[in-house]
Write a protein that binds this ligand. Sequence first.
Ligand code: CO
Length: 215
Amino acid sequence: MSESSLDDLFRNNRHWAERAKSKDPHFFEKLAAQQSPEFLWIGCSDSRVPANQIIGLLPGEVFVHRNVANMVVHTDFNCLTVLQYAVEILQVKHVIVVGHYNCGGVRAAYYNEDNGMIDNWLRNIKDVQHLHREQIEELDSDGERMDLLCELNVKKQVANVCHTTIAQRAWARGQSLEVHGWIYSLADGLLRDLGCSVSKVEQITDVYRVVHRLG
Ligand code: CO
């Protein structure tokens, strides 16, 4: 991979803006006026998993939150703020948690090593690992085990989205909102649906149901 200087980045940016305008002369005017994305993507910060490119969407079409290992943590005001804005103001129809195989965050959580401050963040993955340790330990190789942990982590984060009052208030209002869990393969560039979509409060374990439909 060739090295880019900062000057290259500005040059790339000018070319990109010119190309976008040549395809649609009003592209930036329309975007400046409003955004109306239908999707919120919650993904990993990994530079190899860029939201817009992977799903072929233009600026304005997907609202994005990324952090190490695509986590939805209930004390993380950053993620919750993005979620609330996306659901209540932008009224996105789909929240998609997108994990990926070979995730450095999941790998760091999987091995018993001291990584410093980040271990506090990765502790959430350790909890998933602990909860599903029997299923994980059945697999033969570390690679297979980490792949499974990547998938289980996505499913856990989907549940965490659903357990927020943000999602549950949307459902109580009758707003259409689906939460999905996908996983991306760096090896072939393809996304796979993990089949854990949730579209109503009745799909959630009752312990976590905190907002109820009125009447
Ligand atoms: Co990652």
